[in-house]
Design a protein around this ligand. Structure first.
Ligand code: ATP
Ligand code: MG
Length: 581
């Protein structure tokens, strides 16, 4: 294509709402244009990139035997009621819902487990048809509380969602492994530096879940990993071996001390001259279930923090948040900063992190404003709490395999694979005839790739102060043949000839024949970020061009024929070529 005929509007200024480099650059390059919060139009160049990513996804999924389908975006409420998810999603506020002319209720699909499970139920009757893995690439809708960062968190975005159906757990393990493999190839081919990390699989448990994280400072997720062992997990899920706590020694008699205005762990450390690890703080949370809300008390070693995702899982709740000051006072009878296990009303559920199990002589609150207790022994001075893993793992602690320290990085979640088991098939009565002639629910897996988020993540990882440096595999064009001055016949002729030749040999090249002065033209090209340029300029009459590599900024003058050969060699070596994977 000729760039003069493609609608590309580059901007000098960053849009006011763009906070991270990839959002700024995509907007300035005219790749995306905001329609409304979390809603974007992809311009012609962006769509080329998105189509290339989708093509890579298709090739790698097809290679593993998955089959592409297309489901409706509009889902009837009844389907979501049958899985039990309607109410939860409506309460969460994440789902767009609407009514038709007759008043029947619908949603715009945030994900498609219900539709696909019903489809599998109707079309798969026997174990002989299994395994089946179905996927689609389509717009998803989520009413995100904070749409931001451009395509990173949209309210309408492109997702590849796949669903596997197997006869048993062994089959699921295999389907899951295939997808894990396909994902690795997809993200490698997209030129991304990524890491597969263990992920939380929520209250439904499930036997496995991994997220694919693009490593970038702008990432909203925190990853902990161990360079020595390869352990890697989302901090929501991560475990660790914490620093040891001081030994409390043999139980001593309980002591109650006046501690006016001493509320925080730091203040207590100073007041009692004790390390934080010798204390147990008690935090009150408001937990929410589908049918009720409750205040619960959670004890944690003074130097450690609560992982709220682990707490949600331990309670089998939908969500938790720290209780308000008012809730704390009402529940404990004391001001904030004095909660503790001693004298805690019986009706309050009391959980404690495992690091507090068998600890002696702790410093805690006692639900009396202005007092704390020393030598608290759980089970002796108060009821025994329910011990659970509730601790937030932190960088610097030992990896759970004890092979080395945990390091921290930020990540952008571009993909997620998940062993669902029979959650949906059981709820929706989706069964097949097993080998023993009895009906059995499908054992399912679900898998997602944020296609639009992946595109922007590539920019987040590949850019410099001048603009985007697209990986060749997903660049809108692999190469721009640039005519510096389109009024100079020798330049236009050489450029057009090279462009024609490149396309004939399978290179995805465009011709930059725009009537622009050289300065703005090159500034634009750097912003747009095509990986290679072949420039027909000053020495076009001699058949000499300039070969440019966007990623390292190098520019070399050489005869036109050599430039073509050099480009083809460079493209053959680039990470995105299917031959390599
Ligand atoms: P997040 O934690 O970022 O909200 P999620 O865990 O809810 O994402 P999944 O349901 O696992 O997302 O969806 C599969 C993939 O879709 C994600 O891995 C991500 O790449 C992408 N995705 C999810 N939400 C959005 C969004 N609002 N905008 C763009 N991509 C998204
Ligand atoms: Mg996810």
């Amino acid at each position: 294509m000729r760039l003069s005929q493609i609608l590309v509007t580059t901007l000098r200024e960053d849009p006011a709402d763009a906070e991270i480099p990839s959002h700024k650059l995509l907007a300035r390059g005219g790749y995306i244009q905001k329609v409304s919060s979390g809603l974007y139009t992809y311009g012609p160049l962006m769509w080329r990139t998105l189509r290339k990513i989708m093509q890579i996804v298709r090739e790698e999924l097809d290679r593993e035997g998955a089959q592409e389908v297309m489901m409706p975006i509009l889902h009837p409420k009844e389907l979501w009621v049958s899985s039990g998810r309607w109410e939860r999603y409506v309460t969460d506020g994440i789902m767009f819902t609407l009514k038709d002319q007759k008043g029947a209720e619908y949603c715009l699909g945030p994900t498609h487990e219900e539709v696909i499970t019903a489809y599998a139920n109707q079309n798969i009757s026997s174990y002989k048809q299994l395994p089946v893995n179905l996927y689609q690439i389509q717009d998803k809708f989520r009413d995100e509380i904070r749409p931001r960062y451009g395509l990173m968190r949209g309210r309408e975005f492109i997702m590849m969602d796949a669903y596997s159906f197997d006869a048993d757990q062994g089959g699921l393990d295999e389907s899951y492994a295939k997808m894990a493999r396909a994902y690795r190839r997809v993200f490698a081919r997209c030129g991304l530096d990524f890491r597969a990390v263990q992920a939380d699989s929520g209250a439904i448990g499930g036997s496995g879940s991994e997220e694919f994280m693009v490593v970038a400072d702008a990432g909203e997720d925190t990853i902990l990993y161990c360079a020595e062992s390869g352990y890697a997990a989302n901090v929501e899920k991560a475990d660790s071996i914490p620093a040891a706590a001081p030994d409390g020694g043999a139980p001593r008699p309980l002591e109650k001390h006046p501690t006016p205005d001493v509320r925080t762990v730091e203040q207590l450390e100073a007041f009692f001259r004790l390390p934080a690890a010798a204390m147990a703080k008690t935090l009150l949370y408001r937990a929410v279930w589908s049918d009720r809300e409750e205040i619960v008390a959670v004890m944690m070693r003074g130097d450690l923090d609560v992982n709220e995702v682990k707490l949600v899982n331990a309670l089998d709740a939908l969500a938790v948040k720290l209780a308000s000051d008012e809730d704390v006072t009402k529940a404990t009878g004391a001001a904030v900063g004095f909660a503790g296990p001693i004298g805690l009303p019986d009706k309050l559920r009391l959980l404690a992190d495992k690091t507090l199990e068998r600890r002696s002589n702790l410093l805690t609150g006692c639900n009396q404003t202005g007092y704390h207790c020393l030598n608290v022994n759980l089970g002796r001075d108060c009821r025994m709490p329910e011990f659970r893993e509730l601790r937030l793992a932190k960088a610097g602690e030992r990896s759970p395999d004890d092979k080395g320290p945990l390091l921290q990085a930020r990540g952008i979640e571009v993909g997620h694979i998940f062993k669902l088991g029979t959650k949906y098939s059981s709820a929706m009565g989706a069964t097949f005839m097993a080998e023993d002639g009895k009906p059995k629910p499908f054992v399912m897996g679900c898998y997602g790739i944020g296609v639009s988020r992946t595109a922007q993540s590539a920019v987040e990882q590949h850019h410099d102060e001048k603009g985007i440096c697209w990986p060749a595999s997903i660049a809108p064009f692999q190469c721009a043949v640039v005519v510096v001055d389109n009024k100079r016949m020798e330049q236009l002729e050489l450029g057009t000839k090279l462009w024609t030749e490149l396309r004939a040999s399978g290179v995805d090249a465009c011709l930059d024949d725009r009537a622009l002065r050289a300065g703005p033209k090159f500034t634009d090209l750097e912003l747009l970020g095509f990986p290679y340029t072949i420039v027909a300029g000053r020495r076009a009459a001699e058949g000499v061009v300039e070969f440019g590599v966007r990623s390292d900024g190098t520019k070399t003058e050489l005869p036109a024929a050599e430039a073509v050969a050099k480009l083809r060699a460079a493209l053959a070596a680039c990470a995105g070529s299917p031959a390599e994977s």
